[in-house]
Design a protein around this ligand. Sequence first.
Ligand SMILES: *Cc1c(COP(=O)(O)O)cnc(C)c1O
Length: 454
Amino acid sequence: MEQIPYKIYLRENEIPTAWYNVRADMPTKPAPLLNPGTGKPMTAEELSGVFCSELVKQELNDTDRFIPIPDAIRDFYRMYRPSPLVRAYCLEEKLQTPAKIYYKFEGNNTSGSHKLNSAIAQAYYAKEQGLKGVTTETGAGQWGTALSMACSYFGLDCRVYMVKVSYEQKPFRREVMRTYGATVTPSPSDTTEIGRQIRAAFPDTNGSLGCAISEAVEDAVSHPGYRYVLGSVLNQVLLHQSVIGLETKAALDRYGVVPDIIIGCAGGGSNLGGLIAPFMGEKLRGERNYRIVAVEPASCPSFTRGRFAYDFCDTGKVCPLAKMYTLGSGFMPAPNHAGGLRYHGMSAVLSELYNEGMMEAVTAKQTDVFKAAEQFARVEGILPAPESAHAIKVAIDEAMRCKETGEEKTIVFGLTGTGYFDLVAYEKFHNGEMTDYIPTDEELNKSLATLPVV
Ligand SMILES: *Cc1c(COP(=O)(O)O)cnc(C)c1O
């Protein structure tokens, strides 16, 4: 057979023409979002006050297997897609493993992560609807950066509420966003009602994603011509991210490679949901079987220690309720350097699949994750984002298991982004100042006790 190249590049005309909607193949659909006031499923009309109309349709669409990607979005994708699927020959050699390791690299754009795949879609639909702009939250800053790039492309105003601690610790991210014309506000701020309430209740707070979401939603619903957009968790975001999985599958198919294990880090679940989508589809249809593994930080273990229940998506409790694996909307994770993985909840799609035993989840400790990141950077050349390094860690663990058993398993993982804006975290790691705080059962029980009764 033809030798598999280091990088499998698809051609530009092989960029998917439609997103794949895994919900269409799920026998049990993810539970609907509920209106917290009435306890009834959110209607399209209710959702349209917050989200763009076309995105509301995608959010509620559990039946269409494929949803065409508009040409304007595909044209933007051409700037940085198809992304390479890399055979990690150097890592395999270094580990002396018989396993075959592949990673899909999504860090090849200025935002440095996969988030641009959904940002451009969300900005496009906002523009199509004739809106003036969008509001959002950002934690570590990757989503805000991606959205500001997408908004400037379509000439939309972009207002980003950035978790205060990140705003202060990551001035460079902030400047990238401002370069693309976004307004960036540290959250909690005094410019929204909910921000003022949170500041009054917790004067010393460093902010959280949940707080920033509440502020961004309030901003959108109180200004005509604005809608709120979200970078993860929602069904629509997983749908857009399916380009990752579709390209991965096309590249593997070209060489007749069938993965045994597919691994991704899980914050809100969008990159993992996108990467696994077509593979999960085959699994759901009974055509093939794969081991699918979500990796989450031990400091924010939604799948592995959370509860599958209806919960608020935000701290301010202004958003609808979602049925998901959650640690409670009041959960404030310890300051962990994988900012993109600090969300208390998880995608409803992945939560349902996990609950059905269609996928597994494991946790990784921060220092182990950075060890894996460094090991990877030294042989594969790419400086990974701390979030992505969670997947690297478990991919290496699996490869080392193959070394013990002599099995030649094929492992595919998602390398979601680069870590150039995370060098303070790398510095802490190198100086031996990194900690591995893991929440106690008592702490988790306390935040889980605040789950709403539905
Ligand atoms: C945001 C982010 C993640 C986690 O978000 P998901 O929605 O779970 O994919 C992972 N990696 C990077 C680089 C990110 O920016």
